[in-house]
Ligand binder design. Structure first.
Ligand code: HEM
Length: 518
């Protein structure tokens, strides 16, 4: 296209600006008025753009903004031109147990390579069923029991590091220590591979890099070459781990990968090729990405970190937890899965209350009623209203965990609520998701968290550091109006999964029990 004179160019620019303005008025006007979701309450901007949510996601506080919007507009809100978020148990059932809703297509942004799906990001139900069966076998309680001695070895290293810090009287940043522990465990459980994150720094990029961003959107990867480079670094590490594991042979180690090696690709009927194995590995071994995302965005580590934060700030909780562990077991080596550990109901209540208050995944788990829904003649009702096909629907985990109807005094850390008779708290507790796409690694998560917390409480006393500068890290800030004003709430940053910092804690070895750790 060429213009003869500047005047013609100006005329064209005016025409283009007018056309653009007209388009905005028509499209945005439609979204705000006649659009089927136009009647739902929410900030007015969400009616015309998804940038509202994207902005707060980039600030890592979309979970807090979603909570605040629910407080202002009610149990059902619009959070994008095409998105509805709910805040009720009924909505959980209607959305996540429905056979008509699917994970939304943005889950595909977690693919390591195009056309390679894993159990977490595959959308078609039939394919998911096969993948889920495969991973569930590997994550069964029976298989995990066999893994427990190795898990305990890694926890032993964790305890040794705490002992070292206690002798030097150094406050420990629990986020860092717990991420290292979690990553080591999953590297070992996934591929029989020792990442040695607790004792060496060679693979630190796994924790400290920027890969988490890659899960936010593939689009970002086009913009930020550095993120792409880190993602490839991660991919090559996984590839190295997979290759090494393949060379060792299927039965060489009792790990998750053993169950994937022989599995057939449901799409081709043949064994997985290396690329697909690496993709599956992202999940089966890394227990759904999170473990190996360098943002440290690791669900189990978040739980363990926060489970240290809350007792350190609640003396009566700390005393009850310590008393339960120290009276149930007679030695540190006795602490392992079984009836004794299961009898520690307060320990379990601390973990559940921790995941309620600071959910490791605080975001909205989006589902979609596909446009080509085969039952489109029947309406999909979510807690009352009819949802048009193509709409994204979901419940925000942080919000429902702070819904007063299910959790009175939602910002109080009260493990006792889990022990009360007739308590309905479990109903709306969705830290592990809900329905057929709920967490496949729940048993491992509880095992890892309870053993770590119980063993640490056995060997050490722990407390907040004297320095207020260090002590403030991890909690909220009094007076903060952006949702982070609760001083005694462990603050999570809501990326694809949760990231955090602190708490710093000071450990003191109990009597001469430390001798077990040398
Ligand atoms: C405290 C720790 C954990 C929490 C809070 C957690 C939470 C969740 C949640 C909320 C989902 C659903 C995600 C969605 O719908 O978008 C999920 C899925 C999943 N989780 Fe976990 N998880 C934890 C630990 C683990 C571990 C240790 C593993 C494996 C070793 C694991 C494996 C998986 C898998 C494979 C899925 C996908 C399931 C599917 O789509 O069928 N998780 N998890």
């Amino acid at each position: 296209m060429s213009w003869e004179t500047p005047k013609e160019l100006l005329a064209f620019a005016e025409y283009a600006a007018f056309a653009f303005l007209l388009r905005c008025i028509i499209v945005y006007g439609y979204h705000l008025t006649f659009h089927p979701l136009g009647k739902y309450p929410g900030p007015w901007l969400v009616g015309i753009t998804d940038w509202y949510s994207a902005y707060y996601a980039l600030l890592s506080r979309l979970h807090l903004v979603t909570y605040q919007c629910h407080q202002k507009y009610g149990a059902m809100i619009r959070l994008g031109p095409n998105k509805l978020v709910f805040n009720s148990y009924k909505a959980l059932q209607d959305i996540y147990q429905s056979h008509r809703t699917n994970k939304v297509h943005s889950y595909l942004s977690t693919q390591l390579k195009p056309n390679t799906y894993n159990v977490f990001n595959c959308i078609p139900r039939s394919l998911h069923k096969i993948k889920r069966r495969m991973i569930s076998k590997a994550l069964s309680e029976q298989k995990l029991r066999k893994f427990e001695p190795i898990l305990s070895q890694h926890i032993h290293i964790f305890l040794q590091q705490l002992l070292k810090a206690s002798r030097a009287r150094n406050p420990v940043n629990m986020t860092d220590r717990c991420k290292r522990l979690g990553t080591d465990i999953i590297g070992r459980y996934g591929f029989g591979y020792e990442l040695n994150m607790q004792t060496e720094e060679a693979n630190d990029f796994v924790i400290s890099g920027l890969l988490g961003v890659s899960y936010m959107s593939n689009v970002l990867i086009q913009w930020f070459p550095r993120v792409y480079a880190l993602r490839m670094k991660y991919y090559f590490l996984l590839k190295r781990m997979v290759k090494q594991r393949l060379a060792e042979g299927k039965d060489a180690k009792e790990d998750l990968f053993k169950y994937v090696m022989d599995a057939k690709d449901p799409e081709t009927g043949t064994k997985f090729n290396l690329t697909k194995l690496v993709s599956e590995a992202t999940f089966c071994a890394s227990c759904f990405l999170t473990k190996l995302i360098p943002e440290g965005a690791d669900t189990t580590s978040t739980t363990i970190t926060a489970a240290f934060f809350y007792p350190s700030r609640n003396p009566s909780c700390y005393a009850k937890l310590a008393s339960e562990i120290r009276s149930t077991f007679s030695s540190g080596t006795e602490i392992q899965s079984g009836p004794l550990l299961s009898s520690c109901t307060y320990l379990r209540a601390v973990m559940d209350e921790t995941m309620r208050t600071s959910p490791p995944l605080g975001r909205t788990l989006w589902r979609e009623l596909p446009v080509d829904d085969i039952e489109s003649d029947k309406p999909l009702l979510v807690d009352g209203p009819l949802v048009p096909a193509g709409t994204w629907v979901g419940v925000n985990m942080y919000t429902i965990h702070h819904n007063e109807k299910y959790f009175p005094e939602p910002f109080a850390f009260r493990p006792e609520r889990w022990l009360e008779r007739d308590s309905t708290v479990r109903e709306a507790f969705v830290a592990f998701g809900f329905g057929p796409r709920g967490c496949a690694g729940k048993v491992l998560a509880y095992m890892e968290a309870s053993l770590t917390l119980a063993k640490t409480t056995w060997y050490f006393d722990f407390e907040r550091p004297k320095s207020s500068k260090l002590d403030n890290i991890g909690g909220g800030t009094a007076g903060n109006t952006k949702g982070r004003g609760h001083v005694d709430e462990f603050q999570i940053r809501d990326y694809f999964v949760s990231d955090h910092n602190g708490p710093f804690l000071v450990f003191k070895a109990r009597d001469d029990l430390w001798k077990d750790l040398e």
